[in-house]
Every structure is written in C-alpha cells, then in structure tokens.
Write a protein that binds this ligand. Structure first.
Ligand code: AMP
Ligand code: MG
Length: 341
C-alpha cells in the first residue's frame, strides 16, 4: 500500500475542488456525511475502489454504498426501480437512507462485492453533495474506519485510523446522526430492513409493510446465509470487552456498582450516571443523542485503556433500534438480562 502525508482539508470551495481532483485521479478522500465519515472513491473505477478495501482492511465480500448528488441520477446506476422507491426518495432523500436495487453494468463487481444489486444513497450533508457534484462521479464510500473498529463521527477519528493511508480528509465537524444509514431492499411491494438507522422502521411503515430482518438483532451462525453481507461481521468494536446489561435502571446500577475494578467502566445513560459508583462515560438519554454519541464514546474507552465496559441497554424503538444493533455488535452479542428481585 502507498504511504501518504494525509492533508486535513476544510469545506471551503477551494479545498473541495482539490478533494474532487483526488477522486477524479482515483485517490481516496475522507468525506463528512450526516451519518458517519465515509472513505470516498470513484465508484466506477475498480483501481480506486480496490484502494478502499486495502486502506480499511475490509473483506472483499462486503459491498460498498454508492453515493449520488441528486435523486435524478438514480436510474443512471440502477434499474427496475419500484414506485415505492421513488416515494421513499421523495420523502427521505437527500438523507440517511440507502436503497438496495439491481445495479447497471457500469457499477463494477468490486464495488458491489460481486452482487447484482447495489446500495444507493444521496447524503443529506451539504459538503458531501458538493464534493460528489464537483468530482462529477458517483462515489463509493464505506465508513472511513479500519475494518472492525467503531465508525468515525469526527475528522480526528478518520485521522486516527487513516493517517498515512489516504491523501486527504475533509473536516466537516462531527456527524449529527452518528450511526450509518438505514439500509433497505424491496420485496414484492414490501420493504425489508437490512440495517437500522436514523430513518426508522416505524417511519418506513407509513409507506409499505416493513419486514425487519432477523439478523438485525440476532447473530448469524457460522456459514449461515444472510441477506446483507455486513450482518456477518462483528463491527464497531473497541478493544475493551463490551457487555450489555438489560434491565431497569435500578437493576443496572445494582449490577455495575458491585463490579468495580481496574479497567472496568460503566456506560450508562446521562440520567443514570450520577448514581454510578464506578467510573464511566455516559452516552445520552434519548435515542437520537445516543446515536450521535455512541461511536465517539466507544473510541474514548479505547483512549482510556478500558478492559471491560458495562453498557446500559438502549431502547430498541425508533432510532433506538440502530443504537441497539450497533451496540450488540460492539458487544459481540453479549447481553446479560438482570433479573428482578
Ligand atoms: P458500510 O459501507 O460500512 O456502511 O457498509 C455497507 C453495508 O450496507 C454492507 O455491509 C451491507 O451490509 C449493506 N449493503 C450494501 N450494499 C448491499 C447490497 N447490494 N445488498 C445488501 N446489502 C448491502
Ligand atoms: Mg462500516
């Protein structure tokens, strides 16, 4: 792999033009979006896309999402777009929604990881859309972290993982949503939820019946077929062992307060933190706050050398399902249900 002096860019017109030039030359750029930072490359250039897999250490069978600047471009890249997809696009795009659709041949196999479908998204973040437009390309972009580590929600997270591996990162501040996009596919007029995100199953169900894929909350067993390759991988993991504690606030406190020790930390809601007797980092109260802070908090646990983290179980309603899904994977599906007395 090539080694770079990674430049930290701003969202000025001049810097974005420079970044767009890098994309056109087949190079990678760290790109802010409203969900998490992406590692952007020309989606139709297999040599550029290969660099994404190398820089991240990403398994070759994990497909990339293709980002467009405008809804009107969708049919240039995918075909057989059902009416429901247009209805959803009108309501949620630009925004944190990815729709998996049959790909056209111009999308190379390396981008779709050999699948005949591709995930399409129009990011809600202005800088991302300006960069896409300026590059004149469709942009393949997974999260800009090393494969397996928590997704980056700030430019410094991207620098931590990608410094020396890519030529530039655009600093667009912290990502307001904080978890990756909602991923859906279509099945006979129904919507299949493949990855929960800020656009919730409840919101989608106003447009069509939503099938929530089992592997959102259940681990796939070895060799089991999954509908979305990302479901196979343990993701978002800090170095510490993360355990989710499910139960009331009182039961959570009772559990963690009797388990202090070197390298042991609590990860409670903000409103629970004051009653925690062991050190910890809280991650918000509402599902939206928790989504926005989750990955940064997981990274902070690495910074402080945590060995064991006990997380208070988030709600799994609405945006909460996205938080729960990411935390479950960070915990390698380790969840302890604390019993009522
Ligand atoms: P990331 O790029 O890290 O946000 O991950 C993208 C995820 O979206 C992948 O891991 C897949 O689970 C899902 N995905 C992308 N494209 C497809 C597709 N064509 N079919 C099913 N799932 C997809
Ligand atoms: Mg990712």
């Amino acid at each position: 792999m090539m080694s770079y002096e990674t430049r930290l860019l701003t969202s000025s017109e001049e810097d974005i033009e420079y970044a767009a030039g890098l994309i056109r030359q087949g190079e990678l750029v760290g790109m802010p979006t409203e969900t998490v930072y992406g590692l952007a490359a020309d989606a139709e250039n297999p040599v550029a896309v290969k660099k994404i897999f190398e820089a991240k250490g990403r398994p070759q069978d994990n497909p990339l999402i293709v980002h467009l600047a405008d809804i009107s471009q969708i049919e240039e890249y995918v075909r057989d777009v059902p009416d429901i997809a247009y209805k959803l696009a009108e309501n949620f795009c630009p925004g944190p929604l990815t729709m998996v659709l049959p790909k056209r041949d111009r999308i190379p196999d390396i981008t779709s990881a050999g699948l005949d479908t591709v995930g399409i998204r129009i990011p809600g973040h202005k800088t991302a859309r300006v960069l896409i437009k300026a590059s004149g390309k469709a942009i393949a972009a997974p999260s800009a972290n090393l494969s397996g580590s928590p997704s980056p929600t700030a430019a410094e997270h991207v620098m931590k993982d990608m410094e020396g591996r890519i030529p530039a990162v655009i600093d667009g501040g912290s990502c307001p949503v904080g978890v990756e996009s909602t991923v859906i596919s279509f099945e006979d007029g129904r919507i299949r939820l493949l990855r929960p995100g800020f656009v919730s199953a409840e919101e989608l169900s106003e447009f069509a019946e939503v099938i929530t894929d089992r592997h959102i909350t259940e681990a796939a067993s070895e060799g089991e077929q999954v509908r979305s390759p990302g479901m196979k991988y343990k993701h978002y993991s800090p170095k510490a062992n993360v355990t989710i504690i499910e139960g009331s606030e009182k039961e959570y406190l009772k559990y963690v307060n009797s388990r202090g020790g070197e390298g042991v930390f609590a990860m409670p809601f903000d409103s629970t933190a004051a009653d925690c007797k062991i050190p910890g980092i809280s991650y918000g109260d509402t599902s939206e706050e928790q989504a926005a802070r989750l990955f940064a908090v997981l990274r902070e646990f690495d910074e402080i050398g945590a060995r064991q983290v006990y997380a208070q179980c988030p709600s799994s309603d609405g945006v909460g399902l996205a938080v729960y899904n990411r935390l479950l994977r960070a915990a390698g599906f380790e969840i302890i249900k604390v019993q009522k007395e």
